[in-house]
Design a protein around this ligand. Structure first.
Ligand SMILES: C[S@@+](CC[C@H](N)C(=O)[O-])C[C@H]1O[C@@H](n2cnc3c(N)ncnc32)[C@H](O)[C@@H]1O
Length: 442
């Protein structure tokens, strides 16, 4: 579960029912004097979702009995991860953020939650189903968010992304929880299997759950459309319910040479979901947001954007000076900002870097050929033109864990690719700077 998600532990149901009385009828007393609910009972799950949305987000949401009831912790995980993505990849503080929710459902839960959490958020929410559309409109209006969430009824066989309806907008992100199943038979088989699981998931209408080719085909349609409109949206994303769909979508992205992508997973109790993300821009995601650690899925992960180089020195100031000198020696490369080495070790559990610098390059001046050329023409040091950056990366000095070998005072430099079109440029820059720093410390 996301670290900012408040639902790591089950709520105190008695307290929750005091805040939202319709939940009271669903309470089941436990031996210790507490209460629980029957998680296999759809009505109880609906009241729980309504109660959490009301108490924790001041959202009044009505969900019809024949439409999906979204579990709040899972939906919140997706929103919090997107917040992290935008926070880590935003250029400068923005006064508004524009998202699109594809298939918002009767609850309109994603735009409602996102707008409550971030006053800068504006949404376009699409829906094909007339009944869900009507309820979503009611939910948006009764929460006073109609100025920030534009609901659009779209045709089932039309474009998934629908960005042509908004030619003047660029979007910061799209999000989607696509219909999952390929057929009614698959829905029935899954419902039967779930009978034996401790948590039954609320079932919805066929239109919500079934799409030709299943979720992977739906997301592949998104990929196809994104290839047409590319930079109209900074980050395309979708949730996926099956790991096999993740594999299919990643393979499809690679097939279309979309190499700026990532995968994350959302875990809530017994339920595991994934999200895929891709972009045509040159800003890159930190590994923590774009890769998952599970060894069995490493073949689906994008290459790492952080490269670690261990050093034998234990003195962060010496290492910082060596890095700085290696960078400053290069034409067309500047240190955009840097924080001084911290002498005190971070307190237990904290993973703060000991020094941190962001470096920008306007051209490759570190390859052997480039250095030869610079020498022969004896050019002066360029002042890097920050509007013309070909590569931006972050260099952070960290203390190594004991498990990584050596004594606990050993240091490493984490070089993270922040911006740039060519990975090889980043990798060759890192290798050059690390080599120079190593030899100056020897
Ligand atoms: C699995 S439900 C997700 C509902 C809601 N977003 C949630 O997470 O609880 C999928 C939704 O997508 C809608 N839908 C299906 N195809 C669509 C399309 N081409 N464009 C927009 N919505 C679509 C369905 O009607 C349904 O409401």
């Amino acid at each position: 579960m996301h670290p900012r998600n408040p639902y790591h532990n089950p709520p105190d149901f008695n307290v929750l029912a005091e805040a939202y009385p319709p939940l009271k009828a669903c309470l089941i007393p436990t031996h210790g004097g507490n209460a629980t609910i029957d998680f296999k009972d759809e009505a109880s799950q609906r009241r729980l979702t309504e109660a959490l949305l009301k108490r924790d987000f001041d959202l009044v949401v009505d969900i019809p009995d024949d439409r999906l009831c979204p579990p709040v912790p899972n939906r919140l995980n997706y929103i919090l991860w997107l917040q992290d993505v935008l926070g880590e990849t935003g250029e400068e503080p923005r006064s508004d953020v524009r998202g699109m929710d594809i298939g918002t459902g009767a609850s309109a839960i994603y735009p409602l939650l996102a707008c409550r959490l971030d006053p800068r958020c504006h949404f376009v929410a699409t829906e094909v189903d007339e009944r869900s559309y009507a309820h979503a409109l009611h939910n948006i209006t009764q929460n006073g968010l109609e100025d920030r969430i534009q609901l659009v009824r779209v045709p089932k066989d039309g474009s998934v992304l629908q960005l042509s309806l908004f030619p003047d907008f660029t979007f910061d992100f799209t999000m989607c929880n696509p219909p999952f199943y390929t057929s009614k038979a698959e829905v029935d088989a899954s419902a039967e299997a779930k009978l034996y699981k401790p948590n039954a998931v609320c079932t919805g209408g066929d239109v919500e759950m079934i799409t030709l080719g299943g979720e992977s085909a739906f997301v592949k349609r998104m990929v196809d459309e994104s290839l047409e409109i590319r930079g109209r949206c900074r980050w395309y994303t979708s949730m996926l319910g099956k790991l096999s769909s993740v594999a299919e979508v990643i393979q499809y992205l690679r097939q279309h040479e979309i190499d700026n992508y990532g995968v994350t997973e959302f875990v809530q109790g017994y339920t595991r979901r994934w999200a895929v993300i891709w972009s045509f821009g040159y800003i890159h995601l930190p590994d923590s947001l774009a890769r998952i650690g599970n060894p069995t899925v490493q073949h689906l992960m994008p290459p790492r954007n952080t490269l670690r180089q261990p050093f034998s020195t234990t003195d962060p100031s010496r290492l910082s000076d060596a890095l700085q000198a290696a960078v400053e020696n290069l034409d067309g490369v500047i240190i955009m900002n840097s924080t001084l080495p911290q002498r005190a070790a971070p307190s237990a559990g904290e993973d703060l870097p000991l020094a941190d610098m962001v470096v920008a390059a306007t051209r490759n001046s570190w390859s052997r050929a480039a250095r030869r050329k610079t020498k022969s023409t004896a050019s002066a040091m360029d002042v890097a033109d920050v509007d013309n950056v070909v590569m931006r990366c972050r260099l952070q000095i960290r203390r190594m864990d004991r498990g990584e070998g050596g004594n606990e005072d050993r240091l490493a430099v984490d070089a993270t690719w922040v911006e740039g079109k060519e990975r090889t440029l980043f990798e060759s820059f890192v290798s050059h700077v690390m080599r120079k720093a190593t030899s100056s410390l020897a």
